[in-house]
Design a protein around this ligand. Structure first.
Ligand SMILES: Nc1ncnc2c1ncn2[C@@H]1O[C@H](COP(=O)(O)OP(=O)(O)O)[C@@H](O)[C@H]1O
Ligand SMILES: [Mg+2]
Length: 417
């Protein structure tokens, strides 16, 4: 089989890595890929949101299966387009992708079908939003409706800050049309955790759980990032929490899918806030998370291509997912300045790492046979271990062997559990 993976991050490197272990795969392409995918796939110079070019490439190269990493092409309707041309593609169609592409759509869905989530209201009109601000307690959360690459959520600690934020999004259009609508919601206390699930044919089948670290500095200080560390499994998902999620969240979502005629196929990522064992849903994503994928896929024993094909034809069962009991941890090396501005093109040197380390590339590229930094998140140093502590200690022993100017990483990943 020839497989095309779309995207260029650590998630896509992990996907290519796992796909390359499949018995049935003869060739992997990655568009556009990165310095890491290059070692297992052929990188193709097409961006993830260039749907027409990707379609042409898939037809001309007789691709048997396409796997979509990021949200942009999914929300842009790549699945509908490929399916129209009878091409097999893993991911939800455009209608279902609204669960990530529009915060208003997903909140309406949650409210209508009783999925526990923060109380909210949506606005398109500045005056109306301002006049109703008094109804919300502080802190409050303001979210731009559309896709904002992880920058569209602002937690406001004062009404002044909230007013400024509403003006910036609705009137000044700081997120362009993605901010034509906003959601204002109550702030939820608790601990965050995420659950990736395969969804097909009236079934939601959870993968093993993970917990990511979003803040750039130790002790969860500083600004939000795309995620700078992660581990699996998350101890927050006790049997009790899992059964609550099954009953109060998953069954409600399935009912909503049926009622709304949403034929969801692919990965549903459910972001939770858990307080005193009670899960509430923060948001949905409609694709693999990054860095969750980097710690969940190494624990998956099953052939992932088989899982993708069974998701597409609707036959996937829970028993198809076989897991390694080991834990997995990843620590992300980032460029100095990230998540603010940072330099690209710095040379990376890697001394020999222990063979147990899996090095996923997030933002790298090869130029003249040199490996260079090419993003804010650069490399994810990953390892399986009998316990989380073993995996973590070994990662921190190895991480100093990866060198580039200004390389930064958090030293406290998993220390809070
Ligand atoms: N209602 C809320 N209460 C507390 N924190 C929130 C709330 N909504 C979002 N957040 C915080 O903001 C982050 C981003 O929000 P999220 O809804 O996941 O949007 P996105 O990932 O699209 O930026 C969350 O991971 C969480 O840390
Ligand atoms: Mg999120």
């Amino acid at each position: 089989m020839k497989v095309l993976v779309i995207g260029s991050g650590g998630r896509e490197h992990a996907l290519c890595w796992k796909i390359s272990q499949s018995q049935n795969v003869s060739k992997i392409y990655c568009a556009p890929g990165n310095g890491g995918t290059e070692s297992i796939a052929e990188n193709i110079d097409i961006k993830a949101d260039e749907i027409d070019k990707l379609l042409k490439f898939a037809i001309e190269n007789k691709i048997d299966l396409t796997v979509v990493g990021p949200e942009d092409p999914l929300c842009g309707g790549i699945v509908d387009e490929f399916e129209r041309h009878n091409l097999k593609i893993f991911g939800p169609n455009k209608k279902c992708a609204q669960l990530e592409g529009s915060k208003d759509f997903s909140k309406k869905f949650m409210k209508k079908y009783g999925v526990p989530t923060a109380k909210y209201k949506s606005y398109t009109d500045y005056e109306e939003a301002i006049s109703e601000l008094e109804e919300f307690k502080l802190p409050l959360v303001i979210k731009a409706d559309g896709l904002c690459a992880g920058k569209g959520v602002i937690i406001c600690n004062s009404k002044e800050e909230a007013k400024d934020t509403i003006k910036e999004i609705l009137n000044d259009k700081c997120f362009g049309d993605e901010g034509n609508k906003i959601v204002i919601e109550e702030f939820l206390e608790g601990i965050e955790a995420s659950l990736l699930c395969f969804v097909t044919n009236g079934k939601i089948i959870p993968l093993e759980s993970a917990k990511d670290y979003k803040k750039i500095y130790e002790n969860d200080l500083g600004p939000n990032t795309g995620g700078v560390g992660c581990f699996s499994p998350s101890p927050l998902f006790t049997e009790e929490v899992k059964s609550k999620i099954q009953k109060n969240v998953i069954e409600k979502i399935l009912n909503g899918f049926k009622e709304e005629d949403l034929d969801f196929k692919g990965i549903l990522f459910i972001g939770f806030m858990i307080l005193d064992g009670q899960p509430k849903v923060l948001e949905f994503n409609v694709r693999f998370g990054d860095p969750e994928t980097e710690v969940v896929l190494p624990r998956l024993k099953s052939d992932i291509v088989d899982l993708f094909l069974k998701t597409i034809d609707g036959s996937l069962e829970e028993s198809d997912l076989v897991w390694d009991d080991k834990s997995c941890v990843t620590v992300v090396l980032t460029s100095a300045g990230y998540p603010g501005s940072y330099k690209k093109g710095l040379e990376i040197n890697i001394d020999s790492l222990d063979s147990s380390i899996i090095l996923f590339h997030n933002g790298t590229k090869y130029e003249d046979n040199k490996l260079l930094t090419n993003g804010g998140r650069v490399l994810s140093v990953t390892r399986l271990g009998e316990t989380i502590d073993i995996a973590r200690d070994n990662i921190y022993k190895n991480i100093e062997k990866v060198k580039f100017e200004g390389a930064y990483y958090r030293k406290d990943i998993t220390k809070d559990i």
